[in-house]
Each structure stands twice: as structure tokens, then as C-alpha cells.
Write a protein that binds this ligand. Sequence first.
Ligand code: NI
Length: 159
Amino acid sequence: MAILNIVKEGDPALRKTCRPVEEITPRTLRLLDDMIQTMRKADGCGLAAPQVGVLRRIAVVEVEDGEVFEFINPEIIEREGQQNEMEGCLSLPEQWGITDRPMRVTVRAMNRLGEIYTVSGEGLKARAFCHEIDHLDGILFKDKAIHMLTPEEIEEVTG
Ligand code: NI
């Protein structure tokens, strides 16, 4: 496994629409493993393939330690409620914002075995699912932020 380089805001990969995965190959599996390791090393709770320069519809999420969701060609099929909470992104270090997201979502995706599954999440998990799937369409959380924190506000939050 390898730690991959996470691209930062300004890199064109973050603004591209990613292509679906048509076939799961050993490269796909290796990418998933590397993305999980990279997400953990960076202390993030999600990572999307374009963030490591791969323009494919693949993302990983781990909100609770050890509970990893691998999303291949994910789609949000249900949204419910609303939440306005703080969000950040490994590609936008030092930036934080309050986003407008559904409180609960259901995602349909393929796992590494090529099986279609659905998973629902609420709260932080729902935010992470939405955030990572947005990355696959070139959307960053700041695009959806209803308020980006000022340096003074960030100072207050991080102490
Ligand atoms: Ni992100």
C-alpha cells in the first residue's frame, strides 16, 4: 500500500466530472486500499479519487473508526431533512465552512466485489457521504457553504 499525494485547491482534477468505473481491476482495489491508508494518515473522514488525481467515481468514507465505506459509482438515492454544520476538506486545508446538507441520505454504490449495496447515514456520516460524492462532480464544500469561517472564527474554534 502507498500513501498518495492529496491535491490542493487550484488543481484542475478537483473541478472535473469523474468517469464511472466500468470494470473493477486489481488497480481499482489497490487504489481503494491506498485511498483508505491516505485518508487515515491525513486524519480525514473521507477521500475521493480526484483528490489523489484519479478521475474515476470512487470514494471512501470512515467516520467511525474501523467502519469504512467504499463507494464505487455512488449515487445518493434519498435525502431527508436538513443540517447546517461545519465542514472541511483535505484538499482545502485551513478552510472551514457551514454547509447546507440533508440530515439523512441513502447512497447506492458498488463495493469492491462489484456488488451493489445501499447504506444510509445521518449527521456527520450524511455530510461525509454528500461531500465525497460531490467531489466526483467537481464540487467542493465551499461551493455549498452558507458561511465560510473567517480567520478569527477559525481561531476561536481551534483555540
Ligand atoms: Ni473534500
